[in-house]
Design a protein around this ligand. Sequence first.
Ligand code: 8X3
Length: 246
Amino acid sequence: MNVLVTGASSGFGKSICQILVEKGHKVVGFARRRDKLDALKAQLGDNFMPVVCDVCDFASIDTAFSALKLDKIDVLVNNAGLALGLEPMQSLAVQDWTTMINTNINGLVYFTQKVLPQMVTQQSGLVINMGSIAGSYPYPGGNIYGATKAFVKQFSLNLRADLIGTGVRVTNIEPGLCSDTEFSNIRFKGDDEKAAKVYDNVEAIKPDDIANTVAWLVEQPAHVNFNRIEMMPVAQASGPLAVHRG
Ligand code: 8X3
């Protein structure tokens, strides 16, 4: 299959590229960091095509797509996304919330719209969005990040409504606590000690767990749609609602 993966240079995206190429798929990996993409290309060989692209920049996406020479697009994995900060909304920097909205919402929507005409013409295709449990379960400081992932959840369901009768499928994968990515290092802006504490003494999900789920999804029969897959480590569960007693 021909698979497009955004955010390919690290974390979930890198594992998804590795596991799909190992399984014999052709993968186009989009990311901003050329050096990371080049290293992945050296590792994965001919079935991995790196494309430098910033999902926040529509012109960059247009350029990346005009260079693509694929007669079929079987799968898009909208994986690029990030959280910035864990401050309450009243303290969150404007630049942080705009970057989250631009990446997690605008970039994902734009990328999706780029592949849909071809998928609809083919009468087949699978769009896998990377949501989060933060799109369903609120937590302090999750304000914009969680709201972007709630958007991704509803956008995925609404896409299915638009795509009925086209053969194009849509799945939202909603991971919980996942270690061995740059997620918390980016959220805490390079404070690696603080980032490491998030995963201290807990067995979290790993990027390969997400990648194996993607690899399984792409092999499911064409008449079956998995709307949402919510994944947590066994060590994670919901807590009680907060009560402030004055
Ligand atoms: C990542 C999961 O709980 O850190 O999307 O927001 S969480």
